[in-house]
Design a protein around this ligand. Structure first.
Ligand code: GRF
Length: 203
């Protein structure tokens, strides 16, 4: 069973959705640990309340290297196979990325490469696109730039607000993230440039 390490900074609804997919038998994985850079993250409190191993790695007053060294120590200490960023509001540095090279996933609330960074739903609305959605991708050094694993499309409606669009996208995120994790766990793949090329299913 693959062991997931979830990193989050806030609400934690994607963490909870992944946990529900696992509990319902739709995703063969285990959440080994939840780690937050934010001691007050509701997602961290939710993990603790559910009895999921959870910890706070404090970035304040530390270099990124020092902070990520602690992060890696916690993740490795829980024998994590795959790192799942779920509303984790920091750019990964070499200490984290090198230790888990090719094994870090992120979800972004837009159809990348459109609208990376903060306020993706607001960017989509202001740009006037008719469709947006969400993307799960491997993490590289850039901001929301890594190879794409899965995407889901959501229409933008005439009367959408940033909040209503974010809600519609979030419902898709909660399905897509588990699907993408399952793809990565259950299938072999090779990289062709930026493209993830899926191979035959593992037994
Ligand atoms: C989601 O919209 C996700 O796409 C983005 O941050 C938000 C996190 O939400 N990266 P939650 O904390 O999982 O509820």
């Amino acid at each position: 069973m693959k062991r997931l390490g979830v990193l989050l900074s806030g609400r934690g609804s994607n963490f909870l959705a992944i946990r529900e997919h696992i509990a319902a038998g739709r995703l063969a994985a285990e959440i080994a640990v939840v780690v937050s850079d934010n001691a007050a993250a509701p997602g961290l409190a939710a993990a603790r309340a559910l009895g999921v191993p959870a910890g706070h790695a404090d970035p304040s007053g530390r270099t990124r290297r020092e902070y990520e060294t602690e992060l890696v120590r916690i993740l490795a200490g829980h024998a994590v196979d795959l790192v799942v960023l779920a509303g984790y509001m920091r750019l990964g540095g070499p200490t984290l990325l090198d230790r888990f090279a090719g094994r870090i996933l992120n979800i972004h609330p837009a159809l990348l490469p459109a609208f990376p960074g903060l306020h993706a739903q607001r960017q989509a609305l202001e740009h006037g696109v008719r469709y947006s959605g969400c993307t799960v991708h491997f993490v590289d050094r850039g901001m929301d730039t890594g190879p794409i694993i899965a995407q889901a499309v959501v229409p933008v409606l005439d009367d959408d607000t940033e909040a209503s669009l974010a809600d519609r996208i979030l419902r898709e995120e909660h399905r897509l993230y588990a699907d993408a994790i399952r793809l990565v766990i259950e299938n072999e793949y090779v990289m062709d440039g930026r493209r993830v090329v899926w191979k035959i299913k593992k037994n």
